[in-house]
Ligand binder design. Sequence first.
Ligand code: ES4
Ligand code: ZN
Length: 323
Amino acid sequence: MEFPLTRPLLKAEIHCHIEGAATPVLAASQAGKYGVDTTDFLRDGAYVWNDFSEFLVCYDRVAALFRTDADYALLTESYLTELAEANTIYSEIIVSPDHGDRIGLGADAYLSGICEGIRRAHEKTGIEARIIVTGERHFGPGRVIAAAEYAARSQNPLVTGFNMAGEERMGRVADYARAFDIARDAGLGLTIHAGEVCGPFSVIDALDLVRPSRLGHGVRAVEDPQLVARLRDLGTVLEVCPGSNIALNVYPDFHHHPLRRLHQAGVRVCLNSDDPPFFHTSLEREYEIASSVMGFSVAEINTMTSTAIEAAFVDEATRQRLL
Ligand code: ES4
Ligand code: ZN
C-alpha cells in the first residue's frame, strides 16, 4: 500500500539580523582567527548578556569578529544553508553598513560579502534572500540618515528595504523620520523596530511618522485595543519574534506571548528568528513552538508563512513563484 507523501511545512522569515545569526561556534572560530579574547561575552558555548542594553553590547562584540568580505560571505552562507535545510524558501536579512564601517571593512565590502553568501546559498539550496539595510538607533540620527542614503544609492538589486534597529528607548521616531523619507523616495520597502522594548506609543509614532508596511516586533501594540484595530485596518504586518521577546523578558513565557491575541484580532503576523543563537532559538524552533505551545494549526502556520511572503520586499515575479 502506498502512503500519501506529506509535504513538509515550508517556512519563510523577513526579520533576521546577519550578525545576530552568528553561532557561538562560528564566533569562537573567528575569535581564534583574529586572536580576540571573548571571555566577557562568550562563555561555555553561549553568548553572555542579561538585559537588552547588554544584548546590544554583546551583539556589537560579536559583529567585530567578522572583518572581511569573506567572513561575511561565510556567515551569510552558513545561516541561509541551515535555514534551507529546515525547508525555508525565503529570508530577508537585516544588515547594518555601520558594522562594516566600524571594523574598518567599509560598507561596500561588507555588503558584497553578504551578497556572495546569498549567491552561494542560493546556488546550493535554491533559497531566496533579500537585504534590508538598517540604521542603528543608538548610533544617532546622523548615522541612521547615512545608512538610508547608502541604501538609496546602492543600486544593488538585492537591497530592497530599509529598517531601523537598536536601542528603541533612544530619542523619538521624529528624530529619525528623515532617514525613512530618503529610503521611501528611493523606492525601498520600509520597516522599523517598534513596540518591542517600548509600549504602544512607539508603534503609534512609527505609523504616524514612517508609514511602514511592516513593523519589527510591534507586539506591545496589544496593550492598546484602538491601536490593534488600526493595525488590522491598515494591514500592517508584524514581524513577530516570540523567542526573542521571551529571551529579552518582554513576556515571561510563550503562554503569555500576545501572538495568538494579535492573530485573533485580525492583525497580519508572521514568525521570525531575529538573532537566533543569542536567543537560543532558530526559525525551526519558532515554528515548532507556534504549533506545540501556542496551539496554531497547520493552516494557521501556513497563513503566517504566506503573510511573510506577501509582505516581503521582493519583486512580484519572485513573490508569485514563492506563494
Ligand atoms: C535587535 Cl532584538 C533587537 N532589537 C533591536 N535591535 C536589534 N539589533 C539586533 N537585534
Ligand atoms: Zn530585530
